[in-house]
Design a protein around this ligand. Structure first.
Ligand code: NAP
Length: 306
């Protein structure tokens, strides 16, 4: 396993984490198998959210931990809160505290290693978030804090009051969703790719020693499907197959290696519930693409170098 820095702390975390968003959609025995496979591959970092499966993903994971007899201290369990599905985003102190209690109960644990705020709430009062974080830390319910889908300015606003370092920003990133780097390549051009949709998240995280967590690494659009075998990504798939054959691995491994090759301290959140696919994903930790291969994949995904 390759390890990346956990924010600005001296802690290291595995560069591949298991995203548990799809865990309520499989049988309990399959959930046991995917967690066992993860641990075998040194994937000890698990990403949750209070809303995944309406809470069921955390419940299943909690049961799996007890079934396997996991040593809690060896796991890094992260959850997220702040979304009230279909209703609003809510960063109020009351909501954050209640959400964490709910996650702890469903998971059957005393503390979360990390809590991320899921999607920015424009009605947020940074003072309230700070109070919530302080209370969670003081009560030993959460060890580290972070955000998800937030721009640099949103993080700066939060940091006006929040004392704890923001360790991570969890954002969509992958070969078919590379806007965060495309706008940098096309800076100041009149091209579509030059549009900065994120305010410079990647550079901000590098400057502030934050871990970037790449969600949905294989999806294109907003959950439109995986780019593997997609006609819309024929050139990318051809290039992936070509490089995969040269290394004797699968296209999945190469797609993950592409993300890990970036020096921005990126952690891949793999959403697979298939143990053999997780093994292919983990093989990427042993592989370092050349710069030429990295750029060839970037261009094959439909991006330009002006
Ligand atoms: N912060 C946020 O807003 C946010 C949003 C979404 C997700 N997340 C996090 O990111 C994690 C990963 O998200 P994700 O599950 O969308 O990521 P993903 O790894 O891109 O997608 C996983 C899905 O794609 C399927 N898949 C993968 N490779 C495939 C292939 N070659 N052919 C066919 N199907 C394939 C998987 O099926 P198999 O199970 O069969 O492999 C699974 O259903 C989530 O679990 C969650 O923790 C965060």
């Amino acid at each position: 396993m390759k390890y990346v820095n956990w924010g600005s702390t001296d802690k290291k975390v595995p560069a591949i984490a298991l995203g548990c968003m799809r865990m309520s959609g499989i049988a309990f025995e399959e959930a046991v198998q995917i967690v066992e496979k993860a641990l075998e591959q040194e994937v000890t970092f698990f990403d949750h959210a209070d809303i995944y499966g309406g809470g069921a993903c955390e419940t299943v994971f909690g049961k799996v931990m007890r079934e396997i007899g996991c040593d809690r201290e060896k796991l890094f369990i992260q959850s997220k809160c702040g979304i009230v599905p279909g209703v609003m985003y809510d960063f109020s102190k009351e909501h954050i505290l209640e959400a964490v209690d709910g996650s702890l109960k469903r998971l059957g644990v005393d503390y979360l290693d990390a809590l991320l705020l899921h999607r920015p709430d424009t009605l947020m009062e940074p003072e309230e978030v700070a109070e919530a974080f302080d209370e969670l830390e003081r009560r030993g319910k959460v060890r580290y804090f972070g955000v998800s889908n937030q721009t640099p300015m949103q993080m700066e606003l939060m940091k006006k009051c929040v004392r704890q370092p923001l360790c991570a920003d969890q954002v969509q990133f992958g070969l078919a969703h590379a806007g965060m780097i495309r706008s940098g390549f096309e800076a100041n051009m009149m091209t579509d790719g030059a549009v900065d949709r994120d305010g410079g998240i990647l550079d901000y995280c590098r400057l502030h020693d934050m871990t970037v967590q790449a969600w949905s690494p294989f999806q294109y659009g907003m959950f439109e499907g995986v780019f593997f075998k997609s006609e819309a990504y024929a050139r990318l798939n051809k290039k992936l197959d070509e490089i995969a054959a040269a290394y004797g691995v699968t296209n999945t491994t190469i797609a993950v290696a592409w993300i890990l090759r970036h020096p921005a301290n990126i952690q891949v959140l793999a959403g697979t519930m298939n143990p053999s696919r997780l093994e292919e994903i983990c093989q990427a930790a042993q592989l370092r693409l050349t710069k030429e291969e990295w750029y060839a994949l970037y261009r094959a995904a439909g991006n330009i170098l002006p």
